[in-house]
Ligand binder design. Sequence first.
Ligand SMILES: Nc1ncnc2c1ncn2[C@@H]1O[C@H](COP(=O)(O)OP(=O)(O)OP(=O)(O)O)[C@@H](O)[C@H]1O
Ligand SMILES: [Mg+2]
Length: 306
Amino acid sequence: MRISQLLKSSKIKGIIMPLPMLQKKIPAHPLSSVKAIIAVAAGKGGVGKSSVTVNLALALKAMGYQVGVMDTDIYGPSVRRMLPEDRFPSQKGTLITPALCAGIKMISMAYFRKENEAAVVRAPIANGVVSQFINNVDWGSLDFLLIDFPPGTGDVQLTLSQQANLTGALMVTTPQEVALMDVRKAMHMFDQVKVPLIGVIENMSYYLHPGIAEPIHIFGKGGGERLAREMGIPFLGQIPIDPEICQSGDRGQSLFARDANHQRPATRAFMHLADQVVAHIKVLKEETNNCLSNFELKWKEMESHA
Ligand SMILES: Nc1ncnc2c1ncn2[C@@H]1O[C@H](COP(=O)(O)OP(=O)(O)OP(=O)(O)O)[C@@H](O)[C@H]1O
Ligand SMILES: [Mg+2]
């Protein structure tokens, strides 16, 4: 029966009765209570996207924010190893409740595969998994959801950029030119799909050798800052090379748990980065709101001329 016929049949004394079918409330999207959805991307592999995602999430958590992490590296998920769960994910109807790791909500392909089992899936399936992460995970209310992007600018990255309602993207790079080349390509992708770039993070910027005062710039100096200037976006900070980042990741012990008083330069660098991210997201949101109110103003003017 067509909707018009249904409406007709439910007419009593000239009043259209509300039909249960039409009354049914459309459920809110699982991401609707997430205040900021942030891509952590590079285009380049191995520059530290996952390490930055995990430690930035921990730094934001330490500042008192509610944080979630979506690991979208379907073929090489590493976030679960870096931050093991205190509570496993579970399923309620069509929705998945994310895992809980040191107070951070987390979803990853790693929860759906054994650790050494490869996800042998073609791109459409990988895309489908990522779509389910976007549409079927019950994130609840969060201040920040960080999305750890896989390397490259392929199908999955495009799906995420177009479907995840991203607030903006954080670009991670290392200082050398070969890394910058790929990061530029990823920036171009975000530009094409109209995702704002929040800023550049330079990882593995320098090494502080015990007993040597000057930082050692193993991978070159200033590449991240140069890239930010070239693209006209903020430079958010440098993360030093610290074996503790690598070891804490491998052992699944958080850098923040091992350095609770933030003594290490790397821990302090992540706290500084979190401050910068909070500040720049605020500016970005204000700019978006201003755009909306400007648009509304114009519309009212046009209406009054009519
Ligand atoms: N600042 C750092 N100091 C020391 N080790 C680091 C640092 N950043 C990352 N690493 C180490 O470098 C390796 C690669 O980092 P990570 O897995 O975070 O990179 P990625 O960009 O996510 O890689 P992929 O493209 O494979 O997903 C890891 O072993 C990690 O522990
Ligand atoms: Mg990674």
